[in-house]
Design a binder for this molecule. Structure first.
Ligand code: HEC
Length: 120
């Protein structure tokens, strides 16, 4: 009997955690990834996650400079930017030592890259 109650409590607890995650709070259906612009969408995302604090022109950690469109495209073209934020196994996970970015923000960057990473 006790085992059943414990199991029910555990299930309840796990369900609670599940509904707390970012995807549930910000469903991808509400994520508008159309017409992504470098200056109005992508740059603010990079700023929000502190990417430019560690990857500035003046002090680019890991020799990764993300300050300015031309510097960003270097890391778009070698595919490391998307891989790092998607936590792909063949790139360092970014933002470094922090939780993965919200799925919607990752999708926006991916959509912008798929669209040819325009300087708009
Ligand atoms: C706290 C500092 C810090 C923050 C914040 C940070 N990075 Fe990094 N980043 C690093 C360091 C240091 C490296 C060098 C590799 C390593 O040590 O993991 C790196 C490496 C990278 C690389 C190269 C990855 C590879 O596998 O070669 C990319 C691309 C990158 N960062 C993008 C980003 C993006 C995009 C963000 C924001 C979402 C970000 N970084 C946030 C410190 C940071």
């Amino acid at each position: 009997m006790n085992k059943t109650i414990t199991l029910l409590l555990l299930l309840f607890f796990l369900a609670g955690c599940y509904y707390d995650n970012e995807e549930e709070l910000y469903p991808t259906t509400n994520c508008d990834t159309s017409d992504m612009s470098y200056s109005s969408n992508i740059l603010p995302i990079l700023q929000n996650y502190g990417c430019l604090t560690c990857h500035s022109n003046a002090n680019p950690q890991g020799s990764v400079d993300l300050e300015g469109y031309n510097d960003v495209t270097t890391w778009v073209n070698n595919e490391k930017l998307l891989k790092s934020i998607q936590h792909a196994p063949d790139a360092s996970n970014m933002p470094k030592s922090q939780a993965k970015m919200a799925e919607c923000d990752i999708n926006k960057i991916e959509a912008w890259i798929t669209n040819g990473a325009p300087n708009n």
